[in-house]
Design a protein around this ligand. Structure first.
Ligand SMILES: *Cc1c(COP(=O)(O)O)cnc(C)c1O
Length: 357
């Protein structure tokens, strides 16, 4: 059988959830499991996240999967419903909506009796300068007043555009959020993703919303997961399926983009962009063999890559780590001009998922 596996370490996931609890001890935790738990597979992750207070997903379908697996924690739909007919399922499945535009507010008010009877909160999204979703600061005060008057329990929610770096917009977003918070007291509030959980302890408030840190990847370009005391949850690996000794000047792979500068041992590994391994690298990329970094050479094919094993001991069947403990997904991402989030989310279904601890 072709060995291309995605191993999910439940203990690492639990460890990272505990890190959130350590860093934000007074806040409830909404674990973000959208996009199939950042590509890790929701069904592989929920048990390890049992101690979370709630889950966050991007749409009804993702919420239904969690309910079908038997989990009863609150679930927030972070973009709310996309059409009024979804409100029926929201009520049946006990889901919490975000509202970010006025039509969603009307749809919600239409269903206020059932919604409020279930004690569900409404998350009201502030657009504090990211200009993606939400009400501007002067509008949101009216929206929240109206929802409160209709009997809803509201959570004022905001998302930073630059929590991973120093940027002047951070202060503006923070000020607008605090202004809205003050105008709407008493109110529950939430504004921290993973980067903000680390960066703004004074803004943890009622709910924090960790995503990437749960999976043991870094939200920061300049701090790796070891420095953040997180454990990589996913190990993506494959095996060597062929060996070629090549002479100086011989080529490897499509386009013959690589030629050997000296006699080299090349190994072919059963992984490619058909599995979600990125093809377009901008810097030298590496894999790990026996915890040692080994360069990828030539182009990534759909089902195979070539690596130069001249400096390590390896044979057919040797396991190669594409990302995990020894080769961090964030470093693979950096070599490919992207972020760990994207590589995790765009893994395909072809690699076999394995669960363990
Ligand atoms: C995805 C998401 C998060 C989690 O972000 P990370 O950077 O992965 O921690 C938090 N809040 C909202 C609204 C999100 O959409």
């Amino acid at each position: 059988m072709r060995q291309a596996t995605v191993y999910i370490d439940s203990e690492a996931l639990q460890y990272n959830l505990n890190r959130v609890k350590q860093i934000a001890p007074h806040s409830k935790i909404v674990s973000m499991v959208k996009a199939n738990a950042y590509g890790h597979g929701v069904k592989n992750c929920l048990a390890a996240l049992e101690a979370t207070d709630a889950f966050g997903v991007a749409c009804l379908e993702e919420a239904l999967e969690i309910r079908q697996l038997g989990y009863t924690q609150p679930i927030t739909l972070i973009e709310g419903v996309f059409a009024e007919d979804e409100m029926q399922q929201v009520i049946e499945q006990k889901l919490e909506c975000i509202v970010h535009h006025s039509q969603q507010v009307e749809w919600l008010i239409q269903h206020k009796v059932a919604y409020n009877a279930l004690d569900l909160k409404v998350w009201v999204k502030l657009n504090s300068g990211m200009n993606r979703l939400g009400f501007k600061v002067d509008e949101i005060i009216d929206v929240i007043q109206r929802l409160k008057a209709e009997g809803f329990t509201c959570v004022l929610a905001m998302h930073f555009a630059n929590a991973d770096v120093d940027h002047p917009l951070n202060e503006q977003q923070k000020q607008q959020f605090l202004q809205a918070k003050q105008a709407c007291e008493p109110i529950l509030v939430s504004c921290c993703n993973s980067a903000a959980i680390y960066k703004y302890p004074e803004l943890h408030f009622d709910f924090v919303r960790p995503g990437i840190m749960l999976y043991g990847a870094s939200p920061f370009a300049d701090r790796n997961v070891h420095e953040l005391d997180l454990k990589p949850v996913m190990t993506f690996s494959a095996e060597i399926i062929a060996l070629n000794q090549i002479q100086q000047g011989e080529f490897v792979g499509y386009g013959s983009t690589y030629s050997a500068s000296c006699t080299s041992q090349i190994a072919i590994v059963s992984i490619g962009y058909g599995d979600g391994y990125p093809r377009a690298y901008v810097k030298q990329n590496f894999v790990a063999v026996d915890q040692q970094l080994v360069p990828v050479v030539g182009r990534v094919s759909m089902d195979m890559i070539a690596i130069d094993i001249s400096n390590v001991k390896a044979e057919i069947g040797t396991k190669v780590e594409l990302w995990g403990q020894s080769r961090l997904v964030d470093d693979v991402a950096a070599a490919n001009g992207t972020i760990g989030y994207e590589l995790l989310c765009r893994l395909t279904q072809r690699p076999v998922r394995q669960l363990g601890n």
